[in-house]
Design a protein around this ligand. Structure first.
Ligand SMILES: [Ca+2]
Length: 240
């Protein structure tokens, strides 16, 4: 019996190693659009409004390049309690430099051509909440979903390129008065769908949330450009 399971294990291992190793796209939330690099944490005082970037990278696994013709992301937050973060219904996201990654890019919902900086159509993501993959808690709020489609040549991101900004959005801290607390923010394919696709084939991404701590008014907040938060920086003093 032991021998049989060992042989079976070898067969499974051989079958797994024969599978193509796919590139591994990653979706980050950059919580500080002013500071270079990706900041995954920040502190905000009640009433503060701040911008975020939804950033796509490829972590270099497998082929090291991800090609896709469609990307649709919903933004979700308030996984600990309601109203720590909120959005203004009149604040629409703007397309990032990914909109220039292919010759002809259209908004996934308005179907209109779009360039970097262009206002994106925002579609309700109500009823498509996702559960935080890391904590198992459901997200209570959503900013809606937006998307880009490349006509012709697909989008391409690789580990050797700078991270591509999908969109810039805006969030309010302490959406109801004195809603202090913590919230993670995640960008994910809505309704359990994949984040991207190519010719209709779904491509799942690894999702890295940003974590915001909302503190009472008149709290002194340290600058957000703490080098320890830089992606890829391991030295706490940022000297490496
Ligand atoms: Ca940044």
């Amino acid at each position: 019996m032991k021998m049989r399971s060992a042989v079976l294990g070898l067969c499974v291992a051989a079958a797994l190693s024969a599978l193509p190793v796919l590139a591994d796209p990653v979706v980050y939330i950059d919580l500080d659009t002013e500071a270079p690099g990706i900041q995954s944490t920040r502190t905000a005082v009640v009433g503060e409004t701040f911008k975020i970037y939804l950033v796509l990278t490829d972590d270099g696994n497998g082929t090291g390049t991800t090609t896709f013709d469609t990307v649709i992301l919903g933004v979700y937050f308030n996984d600990v309690k309601p109203s720590v973060l909120g959005v203004t219904s009149t604040a629409f996201p703007h397309a990032g430099d990914l909109a220039a990654n292919s010759e002809t890019v259209i908004d996934a919902f308005s179907k209109q051509p779009i360039k970097p900086g262009g206002e994106m159509a925002l579609t309700s993501a109500q009823g498509t909440f996702v559960t935080a993959r890391t904590t198992g808690r459901p997200y209570l709020s959503t900013a809606g979903r937006a998307g880009l489609i490349a006509l012709g040549k697909p989008f391409s991101i690789s580990a050797s390129q700078a991270p591509a900004i999908f969109a810039e959005g805006k969030l309010n801290a302490g959406f109801r008065s004195l809603a202090t607390g913590t919230s993670s923010i995640i960008a994910a394919g809505p309704g359990g769908n994949a984040e991207m696709s190519l010719n209709g084939q779904p491509i799942r991404a690894r999702l890295v949330p940003g974590v915001v701590t909302v503190v009472p008014p008149n709290t002194t907040v340290q600058p957000h450009n703490d080098p320890a938060n830089y992606q890829g920086t391991t030295s706490p003093n940022g000297n490496n």
